[in-house]
Design a protein around this ligand. Structure first.
Ligand code: 2U9
Length: 335
């Protein structure tokens, strides 16, 4: 019996060594270890052995089984899975279309504004969102006790560090390091201690512009802003310049455009007036030039500011600023 087992082991291992491919290996597994295989045949004889030979023979039969299993496994013949009866990929199933996103509506408006002013010769500048009081206020002719400071003055991080309340400090920084002429726009985030409602949010986006050179006049201001509005809102857009006040410009103006929804007839977007206020602007106050070391006798300039969120709201017909910041795909995918 022991000799028979040894012979079986040698024969099986030699056959496995010579096997080619998984089908051969599977056939050998059945031949040697299957329910009607050669090892079972030999083990069926165990009961007939004399009692003192049985334990040794049983043990040896197990060892042979393990040796054959190991040889089969080593040849990659782990119990084979049945071959798939159909292809794993069903090429007839209709495909799922990938969902393609779009740019956020604010980004779309922001990009259009930057593009239009770029074509009018304005370079884009950027600067810190955390500012010091000098650049956010004093250099812009807003002294510590000036009432214009109140509405901006509370988002402080340290004694002399605050979240910028407008992008104007960037223009100051550019003028500090660049001699005239300059023609820049500064788009970016600004922060104000406003209570949130349909038209206010404590963070929003501005795009401000600044053009300084010799002989820049209010006529240049009107020409550039009128052209920009026509580009953005359509060639039929009319503009209206009303007197206003800003500490950093003199004279100052607020700019209305004819309502892009009703063409000026009056609707819910323009509050039935036919006009929408979109911009503030003015000629740079000479005191600002004094702060940055520009010769205020030689140079003049105009500046303007647009609230990007507000502009996006009326140009896209959105009636609540909070919708821009809620990340609700049902809103965002409309644009
Ligand atoms: C420098 C000098 C002058 C920037 C200006 C405005 C008028 C203005 C508002 C529009 C809507 C802010 O977002 S908003 O609330 N801006 O009305 N901004 S003039 O004037 C400057 C800026 C920098 C050195």
């Amino acid at each position: 019996m022991l000799a028979e087992l040894e012979k079986l082991r040698e024969e099986a291992i030699a056959a496995i060594g010579a096997a080619r491919g998984t089908e051969d290996i599977e056939a050998l597994r059945i031949q040697y270890l299957g329910r009607k295989g050669r090892l079972r045949d030999l083990m069926a004889l165990l009961p007939q052995l004399p009692p003192d030979e049985k334990p040794e023979a049983g043990k040896r039969a197990n060892q042979v089984k393990q040796a054959i299993e190991a040889a089969l496994a080593a040849d990659g013949a782990a119990p084979a899975k049945p071959a798939p009866t159909r292809p794993a990929v069903d090429v007839t199933v209709p495909g799922t279309r990938p969902r393609v996103g779009t740019l956020h509506p604010l980004t779309q408006v922001y990009d259009r504004l930057v593009d239009i002013f770029a074509r009018l010769g304005f370079e884009t500048a950027a600067g810190p969102e955390i500012e010091d009081e000098y650049h956010n206020f004093d250099a812009l002719n807003i002294p510590p006790d000036h009432p214009a400071r109140d509405g901006f003055d509370t988002l402080y991080i340290g004694d002399d560090q605050l979240l910028r309340s407008h992008t104007s400090p960037v223009q100051v920084r550019v003028m500090e390091t660049t001699p005239p002429p300059i023609r820049i726009i500064v788009p970016g985030k600004v922060f104000r201690p406003d209570t949130t409602d349909a038209s206010h949010f404590p963070m929003f986006h501005q795009l401000e512009g600044l053009y300084v050179d010799e002989h820049v006049t209010f006529a240049d201001l009107k020409a550039v802003l009128t052209m920009a509005m026509e580009e953005l809102l359509g060639a039929n857009t009319r503009t209206r310049f009303r007197p206003s006040f800003f500490p950093f410009t003199e004279p100052s103006t607020e700019v209305d455009v004819s309502c892009p929804f009703c063409g000026g007839d009056g609707c819910t977007v323009c509050g039935r007036s036919g006009w929408v206020e979109v911009l503030g602007a003015g000629m740079v106050d000479p005191k600002v030039f004094d702060h940055v070391g520009y010769d205020a006798e030689k140079y003049t300039g105009f500046a303007f500011g647009i609230g990007i969120d507000r502009f996006a709201m009326f140009s896209l017909g959105v009636n609540d600023i909070r919708l821009f910041y809620e990340n609700d795909a049902r809103f965002l995918k409309q644009f």
